[in-house]
Design a protein around this ligand. Structure first.
Ligand code: SAH
Length: 215
């Protein structure tokens, strides 16, 4: 592909995000910089710039770009923030967050996915992202508290350890609901004396699974 093709493709990608209602300039700029094509391999590579979720290894999916944009915007990321993402998957969402925050920790239960994501972060020189393999529903107590937490797999309820690891004043965005039903994207704000919940939209994510990491 020539540089001109790549530039045109990028413009089309950002244009289609705008036409789907993504208007936040910081989010659009981050999504313009990070090439989604680098996070998808094999048969679906040519669909990388379409606004649809796509299969990745280990039976998981990379989220739809407009949903990535919506979650990123809802997180209200500041440049000094430390973020925890649960569900590294391809690493795409973490790479977008790395453009907006000071530091990003991301965790997945599939070792293969964390290794592939790690290689992508290195290739892109994203030195502020750290990847872990483990059960993300327990969070990362050693690095807590977090200014922002993004869960990219659906939980029946926001996991207790994640609520605890959210900084006061912090925001968590999490899809909530049964995996085979429509889920709701929830925005949680931790206040001095509790948590405020706001419902954002209906979404569909793969389930958050408790338990040991997998190879
Ligand atoms: N954010 C990803 C897409 C995530 S798909 C991207 O940008 O590509 C959801 C991911 O959550 C899957 O990779 C799955 O392995 C992971 N997952 C599910 N339950 C988990 C758990 N308890 N801990 C960590 N990761 C989990």
């Amino acid at each position: 592909m020539t540089d001109d093709d790549a530039a045109t493709r990028k413009m089309q990608f950002v244009f289609s995000l705008r036409s789907r209602g993504v208007l936040d300039e910081r989010v659009l700029a981050a999504m313009e910089r990070i090439d989604r094509g680098l996070f998808i391999t094999g048969a679906f590579e040519k669909r990388a710039y379409d606004d649809m979720p796509l299969p990745i290894a280990c039976g998981q999916t990379i989220s739809q770009p407009s949903v990535v944009a919506q979650m990123t915007k809802a997180l209200e990321v500041g440049s000094r923030d430390t973020i925890l993402e649960i569900g590294t998957g391809s690493g795409y969402q973490a790479a977008i967050l790395s453009q907006l925050a000071r530091r990003v920790y991301t965790i997945d239960r599939h070792r293969r996915l964390t290794e592939e994501a790690q290689r992508r972060f290195q290739a892109l020189d994203l030195s502020n992202v750290t990847v872990f393999c483990g059960d993300g529903s327990r969070g990362l107590p050693a690095q807590a508290p977090f200014d922002r937490i993004l869960v990219t797999a659906a939980a029946e309820d926001p996991p207790g350890p994640l609520l605890e690891q959210l900084q006061i004043g912090g925001i968590m965005v999490v899809p909530v609901g049964q995996s085979d039903a429509v889920q709701r994207l929830i925005k949680v704000r931790r206040t001095e004396d509790g948590y405020d919940y706001e419902e954002l939209s209906e979404v569909r994510f793969v389930p958050l699974i408790d338990g040991m990491p997998l190879e």
